[in-house]
Design a protein around this ligand. Structure first.
Ligand code: 7PM
Length: 283
């Protein structure tokens, strides 16, 4: 069973996430050292304007991150993260009709963001930090679990798996069980293969090719490959030249049944999704 499944709308706080068609999640970095945005949106108003533009371009989710998970990045404290993220969550919740996803591993940030109007917790550490399972459960929000081994600072130091697809599937299965045991219902979980996290180029490409296997886990899939180094490595492009590669992978992810695409270039990706939908709904 590796076909895309149809899921009913997922309650995300005050909004519903339609999972019958592929949704586009726009990336909003509020870190001072975000590699693609150069920290330009670190100020609240600039962040709000960027979020608004992504909504107008068709994003139904905005993923707000205050911790750079770039390979080798420094860890930030929950206080620093909250300082960056909280005002932006608050502003977007007040101004825009969009589901706010908060890209965090910190229990304090999960709780406060939930209180301020976030609709989804996106944790690249899959709630493995002390207190994260309980905090996520307390918010009542859906959670995206992502595959990674180790920490962003060290994860690219010679990652090895006998079978990367089996590794990711096994890891996600274990984290799903931990969530259910902590009182987070199975129906609130989203799953992400974690492209670029503790993986070689070969791991990333093989995992992408066989992504459909992860539908067996029974939950919607989120895919984040936008501007990532796997594209840079294959095409020999710097970050600002990775849009065509990102769109190629977006189109492939849609045909492989991905439910949510996490991207920087929302307008272009929405066109990809709409064009595929036009063909797939034709007589
Ligand atoms: C520097 C390098 C900054 C890499 C940011 C990144 C994902 C994510 C990120 C993903 C989910 C990026 C990454 N990637 N959350 N957060 N899935 N769920 O390229 O693939 O945006 S951070």
């Amino acid at each position: 069973m590796t076909l895309k499944q149809n899921f009913s709308p997922l309650p995300c706080g005050s909004r519903q996430l339609d999972l019958s068609r592929t949704q586009v999640m726009g990336i909003l970095n509020v870190t001072p050292d975000s590699f693609s945005d150069g920290g330009r949106f670190s100020q609240r108003d600039a962040a709000l304007r960027h979020a608004e533009a992504m909504c107008r371009a068709g994003a139904t989710l905005i993923d707000i991150g205050g911790e750079s998970t770039r390979p080798g990045a420094l860890l930030v404290t929950a206080e620093q993260e909250l300082e960056r993220v909280a005002p932006v969550v608050e502003a977007i919740a007040a101004e825009l009709d969009v589901i706010i996803s908060v890209d965090t591993s910190a229990p304090e940030v999960m709780l406060e963001a939930g209180r301020l109007g976030a609709g989804l917790i996106n944790d690249v550490r899959s709630l493995q930090r002390e207190g994260a399972l309980a905090a996520a459960a307390a918010t009542g929000l859906p959670v995206c679990l992502m595959h990674m081994r180790g920490e962003p600072t060290t994860m690219q130091q010679n990652p090895q798996y006998p079978d990367v697809v089996a590794e990711v599937e096994g890891f996600l299965r274990e984290r799903m069980q931990a969530c259910v045991a902590a009182g987070i219902s199975f129906d609130k979980l989203l799953l992400d293969p974690g492209f670029g996290f503790a993986k070689t180029l070969e791991h990333n490409l093989g995992l992408f090719r066989h992504m459909e296997v992860l539908h067996d886990l029974g939950r919607p899939l989120l895919v984040g490959v936008s501007r990532k180094s796997m594209i840079g490595r294959v095409l020999g492009r710097e970050v600002d030249g990775r849009l065509p590669g990102s769109l190629a992978l977006a189109a492939l992810a849609v045909t492989k049944g991905a439910h949510i695409l996490r991207v920087h270039d929302v307008a272009e990706t929405v066109d990809v999704v709409r064009m595929i939908a036009a063909v797939e709904t034709a007589e």
